[in-house]
Structures are given as structure tokens and as C-alpha cells.
Write a protein that binds this ligand. Structure first.
Ligand SMILES: [Zn+2]
Length: 288
């Protein structure tokens, strides 16, 4: 099976350094394996989106030498596929409608468990739909972080598959599209490590294959917190890509050709010297 990797940003701002690290890391793994590198725009949460950021991210990637092997997949155009997966789960009795509010759940400890709602059905409001989560341990081996295990009933409980507003959850869309794009290894930031068990459980419920997972260290700010778009991380500059690209490679412990004056030379040198086993094995570190 040909290696298929992907970079899957959300359009919540311009490409910033943390996303660039995830993009470069996934690109290097895919190219090193002689496989395909795909891009997926995770634009299924309109309230969180920033106008113009999808186009801005997609325009920035080639400036950093990151050219996908297929046109980007837009999740906003994949709703019918999520409908099919949703109906499959519902027909199997794995979903239940839920009118519980966050505050109602908080009063009972915060988690929704065993399909037990605290709120009564309300015919005047659309429900959220949750997946019934059994008391079961989900285990997987992360290629960088080693063996992981999570009891989903204890950690997240019955989780939302479709919100009351009608939007599908990130977890559902992600597993449906990882299968659709034939992804064999998911390389992404460690902020998504705690989504992995939920995604593997969903793959089992939907009878979908489980890819390998490799979670890259997160870029932390000087204050030790995650550097993210939501915290106003400064965008990288596609008009001057070399400094940020050098920094991203160095962050990933990939050899950097100091004399390179072109993005292509920098990436070619990095790829020639790349070994995925030498990526940093930690959930995050700062970069000064
Ligand atoms: Zn409920």
C-alpha cells in the first residue's frame, strides 16, 4: 500500500509557525516514504472560521515548497459522506439524541456517560447526537510517543457526533476523510493526541481502517503554553519563506543547510538527511 500522508489545517487564521511545523513534518514523512502528500481543509465549523484564511493557507504552502499531490479536499463539500456515516452509526443503534446542556452536565461531573441524559427530550429544539461509549480501553502505538491507552468512558464519555446546530464533529469528519483520502499515517501536532482514541473507536464503529499515528511536538511559547492561532501567533511570511522554514526544520531536529538560498534546496537537503525515527519524541518544546 502506498504511503498517504496529509496536512489538515482549519481555516481559523493564516498559516502560523505551529502549523508550518505540522505541514513540514507530514510532508517530510510522506516524501521520505516515497508516498503521496495530501492537503485537507477542515472547514466544517463555520462559527470558528476566519474569512479568507482557507485561501491564504493554501496559497502559502507552495511558497514554502510544500506542493500537494492532489487538489485540496474541502470538508465543507463532504457533508453527504458524513451523512452516510452518521446514518450507519444511527442504524446500528450507536447514536442517541441528547438535549443536555453543558451546565446540566457540569452539575453531574461534566461527562455524559452510558447514554444517560439529564435533560428531557424537547420537541421544540433539535438535539445533538452522541456516540454511546462503552467501558473499554483503546490502545495504540504512536510512532514517536510510544504506547498510548485511554478509557473513553472515563476520559470523554459519550461524545458528540453532530451538534444541535447540525454541524458534524471534527472526530467524525476526520475519520471519514482519512479513509476517503487513503491516509496510511497521520502526522500531526500533539494537541490532537487526545483525539486519537476517539478516532480509533469511531473507525471501529464504522468498520474503517486505522492508520498509523505520529504526533509531532507542539511549538510552545516562551511562557510554556501552546503557540496557536487562537493565541494570536504571528503568521509566517510566504513572501520570505526561508527563515521560518529553517526554523521549522530545526524545531523538528532535521538538518538545515545553512547556505541554501532557495526553498527547494533547503527542502531537498532536509529530505536527503531526514529520518522519521530522529524526530523529537516529546509532546512539545519551546523554540527560541
Ligand atoms: Zn444527554
Amino acid at each position: 500500500m502506498t504511503y498517504h500522508g496529509r496536512f489538515a489545517p482549519s481555516p481559523t487564521g493564516q498559516l502560523h509557525f505551529g502549523s508550518l511545523v505540522a505541514a513540514v513534518g507530514s510532508w517530510l514523512c510522506a516524501r521520505h516514504a516515497g508516498g503521496q502528500w495530501l492537503v485537507r481543509m477542515e472547514d466544517i465549523d463555520p462559527p470558528r472560521e476566519v474569512a479568507g484564511s482557507a485561501a491564504s493557507i493554501l496559497a502559502a504552502l507552495p511558497a514554502f515548497g510544500l506542493v500537494a499531490d492532489a487538489p485540496p479536499l474541502f470538508q465543507s463539500q463532504r457533508i453527504e459522506a458524513y451523512d452516510v456515516a452518521f446514518e450507519q452509526l444511527r442504524a446500528a443503534g450507536q447514536l442517541f439524541p441528547c438535549w443536555c446542556s453543558r451546565s446540566e452536565l457540569a452539575a453531574g461531573g461534566g461527562l455524559h456517560r452510558d447514554g444517560q441524559c439529564v435533560a428531557a427530550a424537547d420537541p421544540d429544539r433539535l438535539p445533538a447526537w452522541r456516540l454511546r461509549v462503552p467501558d473499554i480501553e483503546v490502545a495504540f502505538d504512536d510512532a514517536l510517543l510510544g504506547p498510548q491507552h485511554e478509557n473513553l468512558r472515563e476520559s470523554v464519555g459519550d461524545f458528540v457526533i453532530r451538534r444541535a446546530e447540525g454541524f458534524y464533529s471534527y472526530q467524525l469528519a476526520c475519520v471519514v476523510d482519512d479513509t476517503f483520502q487513503g491516509i496510511t499515517e497521520v502526522v500531526r501536532g500533539s494537541d490532537l493526541l487526545d483525539s486519537t482514541a476517539r478516532q480509533i473507536w469511531l473507525q471501529r464503529c464504522l468498520d474503517l481502517p486505522t492508520p498509523a499515528y505520529r504526533h509531532l511536538p507542539l511549538v510552545m511559547g516562551a511562557d510554556g503554553r501552546k503557540l496557536s492561532k487562537s493565541e494570536q501567533a504571528s503568521p509566517v511570511d510566504p513572501a520570505d519563506p526561508l527563515p521560518a522554514l529553517r526554523q521549522a526544520l530545526a524545531f523538528l531536529s532535521v538538518p538545515v543547510l545553512a547556505t541554501a538560498t532557495e526553498v527547494q534546496d533547503l527542502l531537498a537537503h532536509a529530505l536527503a538527511n531526514f529520518d522519521p525515527a530522529l524526530l523529537p519524541q516529546c509532546s512539545g518544546h519551546s523554540f527560541a
